[in-house]
Ligand binder design. Structure first.
Ligand code: NAP
Length: 290
């Protein structure tokens, strides 16, 4: 068996076409979707993520602004800056790019951006929708979990009644994703560093989602060839200067049914979903929905 490669490229192309049309329609009403990224300091990895966001934004006709603040900015000055953006009617989506400088880390970062402009989907008012059981993907939900659902939908994988193992329980990926999958009637096991036998969990699941943050953490011993597993690799790790997933792609590719590549899988889905959230934020404002 050679695994089907679940590339993001065709999904992203489809999304970008629709997004360009939605932007055009909003522009017709005098509303150009506009995103502002707040970057504190000049972390090179952040700069690279921001470049991707800018590129997709501009490709679909949305407007992009980068507010780069000094690494040693004071807490009050930083909070005032974000609040000014919250109040600015010309900005529809705000991202506080993580990580921020040390002196800002104990601020309530997920809840600084007003929910209606929270296109990362981190604000409690937005994540609450997931815990309340929503299946509405037009809501401002966290981008990576939402992007994974879009990818699975595009490739026609049914979630209802399907066993899914999510490995990793972070607030931005594992936890919201496991709840979102549950909302779509999947039967989810959420594993983490204290799980006794991860292989037992992954070998039982039809879909395995790796969000661990360790390069090539999973080799073929994590998969049961007979189960014909679908593998979604969220990991973005640097190994010998190369972007590398949590799954050892080369080792695994002939024992699983399908697998997302890294790069070219979940990463681009996250960016295109972020733009989707931006356009949704404007559409919701235009309709008077908070
Ligand atoms: P994180 O906050 O560091 O969380 C990692 C999770 O993995 C934790 O729940 C941790 O368990 C678990 N874990 C660590 N070592 C483990 C082990 N040996 N066995 C089982 N579980 C283990 O990371 P994150 O923010 O969720 O990100 C995970 C990965 O996804 C990273 O590579 C990140 O760069 C990538 N990422 C990619 C995208 C994208 O767009 N593609 C977006 C976000 C993140 P404990 O909770 O017990 O510590």
């Amino acid at each position: 068996m050679t695994a089907k490669i679940l590339s993001a490229a065709p999904v992203v192309e489809k999304f970008k076409l629709t997004q360009a049309q939605r932007c055009q329609a909003l522009k017709g009403k005098g509303l150009t979707p506009s995103m502002c990224v707040v970057l504190v300091g000049d972390n090179p990895a952040s700069q690279s993520y921001i470049r991707n966001k800018r590129r997709v934004c501009e490709e679909v006709g949305a407007s992009f602004r980068l507010d780069q603040l000094p690494a040693n900015i004071g807490r009050d000055e930083f909070l005032t800056h974000v609040e000014r953006l919250n109040q600015d009617p010309g900005i529809h989506g705000i991202i506080v790019q993580l990580p921020v400088s040390e002196q800002l880390r104990d601020l309530d970062l997920p809840n600084l951006v007003t929910p209606a402009k929270d296109i990362d989907g981190f604000h409690g008012a937005n994540t609450q929708n997931i815990y309340a059981g929503t299946r509405d993907l037009s809501l401002l939900l966290p981008c990576t979990p939402k992007g994974v659902i879009h990818l699975l939908n595009f490739y026609g994988y049914q979630l209802q009644g399907t066993t899914v193992a999510v490995i990793g329980r972070s607030l931005i990926v594992g936890k919201p994703l496991s709840m979102l999958l549950t909302n779509f009637d999947a039967t989810v096991t959420l594993a983490h560093s204290q799980t006794k036998d991860i292989r037992e969990v992954t070998r039982q699941a039809k879909i395995v989602i790796a969000a661990v943050g360790r390069a090539r953490f999973m080799d073929r011993s994590y998969f049961d060839r007979d189960r014909r597993t679908i593998v979604i690799d969220v990991g973005m790790n640097s190994l010998n200067g190369k972007l590398t997933g949590d799954v050892d792609f080369e080792d695994v590719k002939d024992v699983v049914e399908a697998i997302t590549p890294v790069p070219g899988g979940v990463g681009p889905m996250t960016v295109v979903t972020l733009i989707d959230n931006l356009i949704s934020a404007v559409e919701r404002t235009a309709k008077g929905i908070q």
